[in-house]
Design a protein around this ligand. Structure first.
Ligand code: UD1
Length: 448
């Protein structure tokens, strides 16, 4: 078993990023789709699964429940859940990954019972579950909390279809309600649901397995329950957050970067904001190019559910805006504690003030950032510090690369391909690729 690694990323700032790079598969689609494999009668084969540590935690969780997992190549994963016999998820794994809560829906669909630790809070803020619970209750489950676990059970065994209207669109609750309803008896109508591309990808995967789902990508989803779902082969969509991170990395260095194998429609809000700052943007079927030699100013941002500006790109855009002329206001509407990294940016010379009343960051630029040792508090904040480090004079050392590895598959290699001077600290084996990984096709376990 591997110990938790404290690796660092060293960036020598100032290099102009140039060229093209391909993005990888989406973390936030891969994780619920892996959980959904619990519903399949046969083997599920998933392509374009990113080699990131969040995937390895979901791997360990499914394995702990009894699934057989195999890597069939770099990014192809097979899951055989036919022997799964447990509906209780271990706390040691769930505590590492809020997305572990995605297994509640499939366990309910399969067993009519689920026992999963409550996510509680996380570094970004509170992780409420009332909307998830609303859905499970409407689908015929009794739900209660005991000893830190959410316990949901349908006395009839099979869940029954229902109409559920959410008070706000939640990505997590929409996924869990869909996952619970696909094998329910009768029709389920979900109103005011999340429209994120990852929710659509999950629905497309379920449909490929034999589920009947209409309306995904709109605010109302209708599901006709079926008796069983089959194994299937499926390719995960491109990661729009990795794509956006690479675009801001290009823009902060005033570079000329093309990101390939992505879906530009999923990043319209990002492309629009880059253009507002004076960057030239171009898109094709599966690529986006940003040319940032003519940045004229900053912009105001409000993070919002899709198709709004994604909260998962908020730290990266702040890193970029530090270098843009004028004052930019970045308001966070999804999480209540997502600005902790700003203190680290300030240590690099950024002029950013957070107003608690409005949960916003006021960014004044342009600032010549200076390289410094900084610490990444979470995945996307780490990526924001990387963006800032690319523009900083001198060396930035980011402690907490293990957070970045949760969501980015070898970010340093993607940036190096574009001419960035970025290195993983030497002598440390990255958690995503332990010795013998390719020989054994066994994915790394994370120690509890
Ligand atoms: C959220 C983000 C998602 C991002 C992910 C990881 C949105 C809308 N969601 O998804 O883009 O990839 O974090 O950073 O951008 N809520 C409740 N009760 C619930 C569930 C949620 O009040 O039962 C609230 C949350 O506190 C939050 C909002 O709804 O303010 C959105 O939460 P949700 O979309 O469920 O969060 P995630 O699925 O984690």
């Amino acid at each position: 078993m591997l110990d938790r690694l404290e690796t660092t990323l060293r960036i020598r700032g100032g290099a102009r990023l140039e060229g093209s790079v391909a993005t990888h598969g989406a973390k936030n689609a891969a994780l619920p789709i892996m959980a959904a494999a619990l519903l399949a009668k046969g083997t599920v084969t998933l392509h374009r699964v990113p080699r990131i540590t969040d995937v390895s935690v979901m791997w360990s969780l499914l394995e702990a429940l009894g699934a057989r997992m195999r890597y069939e190549g770099d990014n192809t994963l097979t899951i055989d859940a036919s022997n799964v016999a447990s509906y209780r998820a271990p706390y040691a794994l769930v505590r590492k990954l809020a997305a572990s809560f995605d297994v509640v829906g499939p366990l309910l669909g399969r067993f009519g019972r689920a026992e999963v630790p409550l996510p509680g809070g996380c570094v970004l803020g509170t992780r409420a579950t009332d909307l998830h619970e609303q859905a499970f209750v409407a689908l015929g489950c009794e739900v209660h909390n005991a000893h830190g676990y959410l316990i949901a059970e349908s006395r009839e065994g099979r869940l029954r279809g229902a109409t559920i209207e959410f008070r706000m669109p939640s990505v997590g609750a929409t996924k869990n309600a869909m996952l619970a309803a696909v094998l329910a008896d009768g029709t389920t109508t979900l109103k005011n649901v999340a429209m994120e591309p990852e929710v659509v990808d999950l629905a497309n995967f379920l449909v490929a397995m034999g589920a009947k789902i209409l309306g995904t990508g709109t605010d109302t989803i209708v599901i006709e329950g079926v008796d069983e779902l089959q194994g299937v082969e499926y390719e995960i969509i491109a990661d729009r957050i990795v794509t956006g991170t690479l675009l801001f990395a290009g823009a902060v260095t005033r570079g000329d970067v093309t990101v390939r194998r992505c879906n530009p429609q999923h990043l319209q809000a990002v492309v629009d904001k880059l253009a507002e700052c004076g960057a030239t943007t171009m898109t094709g079927d599966d690529w986006i190019r940003v040319k940032a030699d003519g940045i004229t100013g900053g912009t105001d941002i409000l993070t919002a559910p899709y198709p709004g500006f994604p909260t998962d790109l908020q730290p990266q855009v702040v890193g970029f805006l530090c270098t843009c002329p004028g004052t930019s206001v970045v308001e966070e509407s999804i999480f209540n504690a997502r600005f902790s990294y700003v203190n680290e940016l300030a240590r690099m010379g950024a002029d950013v003030r957070v107003t608690m009343e409005s949960n916003a960051a006021i960014v004044k630029g342009p600032k010549q950032l200076s390289g410094a040792p900084v610490e990444a508090p979470d995945i996307r904040a780490g990526a924001g510090l990387v963006v800032a480090g690319l523009a900083a004079a001198g060396e930035t050392e980011i402690i907490g690369l293990e957070y970045i590895d949760r969501g980015y598959e070898r970010l340093e290699e993607l940036l190096s391909e574009l001419g960035g001077q970025v290195q993983r600290s030497s002598g440390v084996t990255p958690l995503v690729e332990p010795a013998g990984f390719f020989e054994t096709s066994e994915y790394p376990r994370i120690s509890a």
